[in-house]
Design a protein around this ligand. Structure first.
Ligand code: SF4
Length: 330
């Protein structure tokens, strides 16, 4: 590990293609910031994706677009490891070994498993049950010290810690490290429908790589204070998603202005949205410029992912050798 860093962070993200504002605010900007303090291992978890996706048709493209967004947002591949999960096959071996110390009942009792069963009643596959074990393998394979998670993900890390303890106890070893949680503030970003969490599947998202014109068009579709029907009606910014976004992307003066003017119908929703879109586009401009630069080299993303997998395999090979030794495999 690099001597100037305080530990190793691991985080996995499903390959969902071009990223939206919710991904950016909830994960990507945190990924970028963590690089200053930690050695970071960022994994695009394609195997996890197989548990629920219906087709793999867009998988490669989704991985490429997502990695491109990560790099353009500021993930530094010369420092951090960014790679595709299935390019390090040791993770599946560790998954199998860890599954031997994981009680089945514990897996089927997990609220996340029950939720997945509810969402995909016609595809309750074995991979879905073992998902948390594979996730644990992801984390511990890279000798992770810290996993950044929002509070709702905390049970997953606690689960991983329990599996590590079981393994170390069963085989009288300490080769696997119990990961610590790093609670990160993950804002709940509501989609343009003003109802649900921003998500591609609900088509209520704003992609960060959109053009300024596309962004403006999406912003203009945002649902505002439902009580404000006419331009002359006073609005309530406290219940308006556009105002929540202003709080993140606009200046303090602009936020204060909207807060006051909306309540006395001094500003209309069209103007308010245009202001937000302008600020959002301004904030995303450097990212979009970097993205366009990276795209000029069609092999860059692939080269980065290849090199990331090579470096990840070096750590994984060492861990697996220690695990095999501890277990007593011949
Ligand atoms: S003026 Fe702005 S904050 Fe007020 S309801 Fe319209 S969009 Fe929302």
């Amino acid at each position: 590990m690099n001597g100037s860093k305080v530990g190793r962070v691991f985080s996995g993200a499903r390959p969902t293609g071009r990223q939206h504002l919710g991904n950016y605010l909830g994960a990507i900007r945190n990924y970028v910031a963590l690089q200053d303090e930690y050695e970071c291992v960022y994994c695009i978890v394609d195997l996890h994706a197989l548990t629920t996706i219906e087709t793999t048709e867009n998988l490669r493209e989704n991985i490429h677009e997502m990695a491109l967004d990560f790099l353009a947002a500021g993930i530094r591949p010369e420092e951090s490891i960014i790679f595709i999960q299935s390019h390090v096959p040791q993770v599946t071996e560790l998954h199998t070994i860890l599954s031997m110390v994981t009680p089945l009942g514990k897996l089927t009792d997990l609220p996340t498993f029950k939720e997945k069963v509810r969402q995909n009643p016609n595809n309750v596959n074995y991979g879905l049950v073992g998902y948390p074990v594979l996730m644990t393998a992801d984390i511990v394979l890279y000798k992770t010290n810290v996993v950044p998670v929002g509070i709702d993900q905390a049970p997953h890390i606690e689960f991983a810690r329990e599996v590590v303890r079981s393994f170390n106890y069963r085989f009288n070893t300490n080769v696997l490290i119990e990961p610590e949680m790093k609670n990160t503030e993950v804002p709940k970003v509501i989609g343009i429908d003003g109802k649900d969490k921003m998500s591609k599947s609900l088509d209520n998202h704003i992609e960060i790589a959109d053009t300024p014109e596309e962004t403006l068009a999406r912003v203009m579709q945002m649902v505002t204070d439902p009580q404000r029907i006419r331009r002359s009606d006073p609005g309530n910014p406290d219940v308006c998603n556009v105002f929540s976004m202003h709080k993140i992307f606009s200046s303090p003066d602009e936020i204060a202005m909207v807060d006051v003017e909306c309540r006395r119908a001094g500003i209309g929703c069209v103007d308010c949205k245009q202001l937000f879109a302008k600020n959002l586009n301004k904030r995303l401009a450097p990212f979009r410029q970097r993205r366009a630069e990276i795209e000029k080299d069609p092999n860059h993303v692939q080269d980065v992912l290849k090199d990331g997998a090579r470096r990840a395999r070096m750590i994984a090979t060492q861990t697996i050798a220690e695990v095999r030794e501890a277990v007593g495999l011949y």
